[in-house]
Structure formats: C-alpha cells, structure tokens
Design a protein around this ligand. Structure first.
Ligand SMILES: Nc1nc2c(c(=O)[nH]1)N[C@H]1C(S)=C(S)[C@@H](COP(=O)(O)OP(=O)(O)OC[C@H]3O[C@@H](n4cnc5c(N)ncnc54)[C@H](O)[C@@H]3O)O[C@H]1N2
Ligand code: MOO
Length: 399
C-alpha cells in the first residue's frame, strides 16, 4: 500500500497550475495569486512632499526665533508657484509638494504666527526634516509586486497606487463536491430510521473555500450507478476538481470506483497507508482531478487536508503547498496503538500540542477544538509530556 508521501507525489504530479486570467480587485479575488510582475507607472511620492502640517523653510536661514515672510500657502493637491528665497517660508500641509528653495519643514506646533504673512520659527530645523523625497517608495518602471504575490488588502492598496484595477491572476480552482450514500439526508431534514445527516458536504465545501478553491456543491448521490454517473458527469463538467465523499471502500454499495472508471476516470491509487482514510481514491480525467474520499467524516477531512488541499494550492498558483508538518512538544502525555500511520486530532497548546480525546474516523465531534493532527507512527506509542512529536497544522478559519 502507498505511503502518504508517495501518494501525495502522485497527486502533485497531476495538479497543474491553471491558466492565468485578468481578475478585478474585489473581495472574491482576495487570496488569488498574481501571475505576472506588476511595475509602477508613477514615482511615489511623485514629488518631494511634506510629512507634516507646518512651514517649508531654508534650514540655513533659521536661527532660534527667526521670523520669516510667508510667501504662499500650499494645500495637498496643489503645486507651489513660488520659490522660497532667503528669509521666506511657505505654509503647507501634510502631503503637499515642497516648494523649490526649501529644504526642511517645521511643524506648525513649533511656530507662532504673528500675522497671516509672518511666521516665527521656534526650532532650528535640520536640512531635510519632514520631507519625503520623490520616489522613496517606488520609481516609475520598478517592479513593485512580483508574480506569486497573494491578493491581500495591502496588495489591493498597492495595485491601486500603481493604477491597476485588474491584474493577471491564477483563478481559484472550481471544486465540485458530491456526497454519496442512500443513508444520507440533507442537514435541514430530520433523519428517518437508518438515515443520518450529510455532514461531509458542508464540511468539505468549507474546506475547499478555506484552501482557496471555489466550492460547487452538487448534492447527495444515492447508491445507484445511474444516479452516481450523472452526478460525476456534472462534477467533471463544471469543475476542475471533483470530490466524492463515501462509497469508496469494499461494500456492495461502494460504487464510486466502478462508476468513476465507467465515466472515463483513470485511477492512480486507491488505498493509502494511513488512518483514518485508508480507502482513498485519486484519479484523473484529462486535466480534471478526482478524489474519492472515504465517507467517515474525519477520514474525509484528513484526506482533504493531505491530498486535495495541496493540489488546490498548486492549481491556484500558490508557490508552496502548505502542508508541511512541524515538530512540537507534547504538553500532556499521549498513548496510542494503531496499525497504520495515524493522524490523530490535536490542539496546539501554547508552544506545544496535546492529543484530543477521539474514538476514530466517525468522531467529527472531536474535531471541534482541533487545529492540528498528531502524525503518529504505526504500532504502540507511549509519549511522556515534553516528548517532541510530528504535527500537521490545519487552518480553522480564513485568519
Ligand atoms: N470490508 C471493508 N470495509 C471497510 C473498509 C475496508 O477496507 N474493507 N474500509 C473502512 C474504512 S477505513 C472506511 S474509512 C470506511 C469508508 O468507506 P466508504 O468511503 O465506502 O464510506 P461509506 O461506507 O459510504 O461511509 C462510511 C461511514 O461514513 C458515513 N458517511 C458517509 N458519507 C457521509 C456524509 N456525507 N456525512 C456523514 N457521514 C457520512 C456513512 O454513513 C458510514 O457510517 O469503510 C470502512 N469499511
Ligand atoms: O480509515 Mo477509515 O478512515 O478507518 O475510518
């Protein structure tokens, strides 16, 4: 059976970055990755500008208690029309251009104004003070946002300052989600005897969104080949990635592997040496990726984190698949005995981590507090508090 690392390599070999397209700067594009370097079309600031409200002066002119003639007033947004000569000052405001001749700004609080055209300067300025030189932040033609940058609020602001309202970016992969199983009803229904609610659908669509994909929930496919076939066909039609949850193991009603094959999907693996989530299937049809996640909710969750999420990150143009594990110290003793490498729900605890109480793959409730998994080797483990363990962190929210 394939190790997790080998299975992930197979997935990543098939996950290709999507073709970049122009994206408007809207909240829905936050998190997308910019596909080409963005250069500035302006100097910023475009002129030497004042960092304070006050007076532009010639530093060499100003002795303690110098009185200067105010020759002009420059609000932000206006250009100076006069040169500051000896014994002269210009009244100006934060953001206003520095007039020629001046080489320092004195804050208004350090001055007195005996009349509209006179100012007494009560501090001796150093040359250059409170002046932000032209192009300190960026020069015309300079690359200010390299390809690979993620669209964040700061990126939006920077793009706006260089005149961009759209930018080439990798699209978010579209991900169709299908739940399978005759026992399932949607969450707004009361389950009848033998039924349970579909928790994987909402959980997986949320995981897709958090991983930077665009979820498209298709519905619950019953355990009939024709129904499953039509859901699979729809998913393959509308999305870059199709996720099915349930129906992938060995039962008579576990139809997913067979129907995927009928639909032209080539399976690359169908079992991974891990717990939970062993009967996980990965296949492709052309450039579409297909994941058959085992139906137990925590199996689906772990399968998504380990295999679907790295694929979505690559497809969305992210540079590093964000599934690296970390070494953390256990804050409490932890013991387990599993026959396969196991991902056990855990919670980070200060600088350390602790294993959560969990009875296995159907126990989604244990995930309520989880923000990581302990990555446990197979066999018996008996760790004391303070032992260093491998941990797979998970994002719980967008922040
Ligand atoms: N003979 C074997 N039986 C099983 C094997 C095996 O290798 N041989 N593997 C076991 C393992 S491990 C897992 S995990 C499960 C996964 O099986 P399936 O993917 O076929 O999942 P189902 O049988 O459809 O469901 C399993 C379990 O999860 C519940 N479920 C399914 N979908 C949802 C959903 N959308 N929301 C909430 N709960 C869901 C379902 O009712 C079942 O209880 O197979 C073992 N069996
Ligand atoms: O691996 Mo299954 O996911 O044990 O429950």
């Amino acid at each position: 059976m394939l190790e997790v690392s080998a299975a992930r390599e197979i997935v990543l070999r098939h996950a290709k970055r999507l073709k970049a397209d122009f994206t408007a700067l809207m909240s829905s594009s936050l998190g997308q990755v910019i596909a080409a370097d963005v250069a500035s079309d302006v100097d910023s600031p475009p002129f030497d500008k004042s960092l304070m409200d006050g007076y532009a002066v010639r530093a060499a002119d100003v002795s303690p208690t110098a009185e200067l003639t105010v020759v002009e007033e420059i609000p932000a947004g206006k250009m100076p029309t006069k040169t500051v000569g000896p014994g002269e000052a210009v009244r100006l405001f934060t953001g206003a251009p520095i007039p020629p001749g001046a080489d320092a700004v004195v804050m208004r609080e350090k001055t007195d104004s005996p009349s509209a055209d006179r100012v007494v300067i009560r501090e001796v300025p150093t040359a250059g003070q409170f002046i932000l030189r032209q192009a300190t932040e960026m020069k015309v033609g300079e690359t200010v946002i390299p390809a690979g940058t993620v669209l964040t609020p700061a990126t939006f602001g920077l793009l706006a300052s260089v005149g961009k309202t759209t930018v080439p970016a990798y699209p978010q992969p579209k991900v169709a989600v299908v739940a399978t199983g005759d026992e399932l009803v949607e969450p707004n229904r009361r389950p009848k005897p033998g039924q349970i609610r579909n928790s994987n659908g909402p959980m997986l669509t949320a995981q897709v969104a958090l991983a930077g994909g665009l979820p498209r929930y298709i519905g619950i496919a019953t355990d009939r080949e024709d129904v499953l076939r039509s859901y699979i066909a729809e998913g393959l039609e509308i999305a870059n990635v199709l996720i099915l949850a349930g129906g992938v193991s060995a039962g008579d009603f576990d139809l997913v592997p067979k129907v995927l094959k009928d639909c032209g999907v080539t399976a690359h693996f169908h079992h991974v040496k891990m717990k939970p989530g062993k009967p996980l299937l990965f296949g492709t049809k052309g450039d579409k990726l297909v994941f058959g996640l085992p139906g137990n909710p925590v199996s689906s969750f772990v399968g998504f984190e380990l295999f679907v999420k790295p694929a979505l990150r690559v497809m969305g143009g992210h540079i590093d698949p964000p599934t690296a594990t970390q070494k953390l110290t256990l804050s409490e003793p932890f013991a387990a005995n599993n026959n396969r490498p196991t991902y056990h729900p855990a919670k980070r605890d200060g600088d350390g981590v602790r294993g959560l109480k969990w009875f296995g793959s159907p126990d989604l409730r244990a995930m309520l507090d989880a923000d990581a998994f302990l990555v446990l080797p197979p066999g018996e483990v008996n760790y004391a508090a303070g032992a260093v363990v491998e941990v797979l962190p998970i994002n719980r929210t967008a922040s």
